[in-house]
Design a binder for this molecule. Structure first.
Ligand SMILES: O=c1ccn([C@@H]2O[C@H](COP(=O)(O)O)[C@@H](O)[C@H]2O)c(=O)[nH]1
Length: 305
């Protein structure tokens, strides 16, 4: 089954467009989890990894009824070498066992022959992850191996188009000779690259990353990429809110999953939040789900049909 068809089925089942980012940081993990891991393994990388896994499993258990998909960020696992990769793989396996879909946020790409190795590793038939973030800077020969794997193995990709960071515009907003901005040109390429991978629900397994911090650009991009699902980071900790993500959705009430990482997994550290990290994460997800659904309803974009 096409990746976006599977994603849409889960989104409808959970009535939620929320994606939870699993970006663990040792200094923000609850003391109890960290101390227990150190008791078992001493002050080692093994302890870090054990703490990450316990923490991630706790978050997954807390949010799984209200999210369709999670997004572990590879950087936080790679930092701890092969042990970190093991924690990442076990996290993905656990999320899958709980019925969630997974986006691996690794922003991979290279020349075609090397891109194929990345595609084999992240989108091969034995990879547990359902999708991968990909950078488009190398052009279509770097993108093709990922798309081939999406088609062969029912996986998905999210290609960086308009990122959420403050300096995103330095390159992405440059104006081209024909009047398009770079991000608009990229959007046209993404629409084109995804045309042969459209599922039953009308969405391609080739998606795009669009920051919640750029709602005006998102409105233009939604018109260009009618068949592409958006992964929308930048909600919460980076300042994006529910109203900002509305332009990322189509009139069918679909078309985007909105990611929040720190705002959910470290909600327990915010004032007025429960000290229990699982309870706090669940509440943060429920609030985010409700805020997005309400904002969509106000513009008649909420439907679970
Ligand atoms: O444009 C982009 C692309 C990816 N990200 C990633 O999303 C999360 C955001 O984390 P928060 O804690 O919710 O800010 C993180 O993994 C980024 O690497 C992004 O923010 N913007």
């Amino acid at each position: 089954m096409n990746f976006t068809d599977r994603l849409i089925a889960k989104v409808k089942e959970k009535k939620s467009h929320v994606c939870v980012g699993l970006d663990p940081r040792l200094d923000r993990i609850p003391d109890k989890i960290r101390e227990e891991a150190i008791k078992k393994y001493g002050e080692t990388k093994e302890a870090v990894v054990d703490a990450f896994l316990t923490f991630n499993q706790g978050i997954i258990d807390a949010v799984k009824d209200d999210v369709a998909i999670i997004k572990p960020q590879m950087a936080f696992y790679e930092k701890y070498g092969y042990q970190g990769i093991k924690a990442f793989e076990k996290t993905v396996a656990y999320a899958k066992k709980q019925g969630l879909l997974v986006i691996t946020d690794a922003k991979r790409n290279d020349i075609g022959s090397t891109a194929k190795a990345y595609a084999d590793s992240y989108l091969g038939s034995s990879s547990k992850s359902d999708s991968l973030t990909v950078t488009p800077y190398l052009g279509s020969d770097g993108i093709k191996p990922f798309i081939t794997h999406c088609q062969a193995n029912d996986k998905g990709v999210f290609i960086l188009v308009k990122t959420s960071n403050p300096s995103a515009g330095e390159l992405q907003d440059l104006e081209l000779k024909d009047g398009d901005r770079v991000y608009e040109k990229l959007a046209r390429l993404v629409e084109d690259w995804g045309m042969d991978s459209i599922g039953d629900k009308g969405y391609s397994s080739v998606g795009a990353v669009i920051g919640a911090t750029y709602p005006q650009e998102a409105r233009k991009l939604r018109k260009i990429m009618k068949h592409n699902y958006f992964l929308v980071p930048g909600y919460g900790a980076q300042g994006g809110g529910a109203k900002d993500v509305v332009p990322c959705f189509n009139q069918d009430g679909l078309g985007a999953v909105v990611n929040s990482s720190r705002g959910i997994i470290f909600a327990y550290q915010q004032e007025d939040c429960s000290n229990d990290y699982q309870q706090a994460a669940k509440k943060a997800v429920l609030d985010m789900k409700e805020d997005i659904n309400t904002a969509l309803q106000e513009v008649n974009k909420l439907t679970w049909e």
